[in-house]
Ligand binder design. Structure first.
Ligand code: ATR
Length: 281
């Protein structure tokens, strides 16, 4: 598909930006659906963020994704926030409205649940979930699980006050527990989610025994390099259902693409395989 002078424009803003997979994901869809559009990496320094937000709408951009380190600063640069962005406290998807004003959304929670629903249909949203970690990713996962009806979230983090702060922000359904309690907290849980960086390539493995986890529970790791983390390998060896982290990345891209380019994109096996190849190269 050739990009014409009337092409729809979008992109991803970060600093640095070269590592971002988003241009590949959106580029795949633009090609697959033969859309006259372009999605480009935007290397924006923190001190230039406000200027970028003001200029891009004027030069025809329909919106953009936000990645590190701008997700929180973006909260203050848009006119309206969706409930997800407000509750998660971070923006990853900006859309230019017809009047030129900006709306900030967060599609990480959507991406997380969409991938979980698809990879582990029937996962137990009526039982407790154990979430490991209390950073930005954990905020999105907690929001998503509460929206999905999970009655209780046990939140374990190395730095307990961070888990306590997140629990407080989410109300009584989220309970902070000490990092040392993470194995006991698996009793009766329907889902375990790792949102820490442990198990990621170059990081130490996540030390956690899954013995107390019921046999029908699902283990979800949002780390996607490697695709099969030691945690997921252990869970699979025990016969537990597993959900990898790559799908969340792919699904979180869907809302922005649909808004900017006017087509509901699919996370197909072919896209998945393409991005896996990309990660391995
Ligand atoms: P993100 O926004 O991607 O969630 P983050 O805010 O840096 O990133 O959070 C990383 C998470 O991994 C945190 O929960 C962090 O625990 P702390 O809050 O105690 O820092 C967790 N983490 C990182 N290294 C860890 C380690 N060696 N042991 C336990 N938890 C670790």
């Amino acid at each position: 598909m050739r990009v014409s002078g009337a092409a729809r424009l979008a992109g991803v803003m970060g600093w640095p930006i070269a590592h971002s997979r988003s241009p590949h994901i959106h580029g795949y869809w633009l090609e697959a659906y033969a859309i006259d559009g372009a999605y480009v990496p935007l290397a924006i320094r923190p001190e230039d963020l406000a200027e970028a937000f003001s200029v891009l709408p004027k030069i025809g951009f329909r919106g953009w994704n936000i990645t590190l380190p701008h997700k929180e600063a973006a909260l203050r640069l848009v006119r309206t926030l969706t409930p997800a962005a407000e509750r998660i406290g971070a923006v990853n998807t900006v859309t230019v409205q017809p009047d030129g004003s900006l709306t900030g959304d967060n599609s990480d929670a959507f991406g997380f649940i969409a991938h979980l629903d698809r990879s582990a249909p029937g996962w137990a949203n009526d039982r407790a979930a154990l979430v490991l970690g209390a950073g930005g990713a954990a905020r999105a996962v907690c929001f998503a699980l509460l929206e999905a009806g999970v009655p209780e979230i046990r939140l374990a983090n190395r730095t307990l006050p961070r888990a306590q702060a997140l629990a407080k922000a989410n109300g009584p359904a989220v309970r902070a527990i000490a990092w040392e309690e993470r194995e006991h907290a698996m009793a009766g849980a329907g889902l375990v989610v790792n949102t820490t960086s442990l198990g990621m390539h170059g990081q130490p493995p996540l030390q956690v025994r899954l013995d107390a986890l019921p046999g029908d529970a699902v283990v979800n790791d949002i780390v996607y390099v490697p695709l099969q983390t030691p945690l997921l390998a252990d869970a699979a060896a025990r016969g537990l259902r597993t959900v990898d982290g790559l799908g969340m990345l792919l699904h979180q891209a869907r809302p922005g693409f649909e808004r900017w380019f006017g087509h509901k994109p699919e996370v197909s096996q072919a896209l998945y395989a393409t991005i896996v190849r990309d990660l391995l190269s």
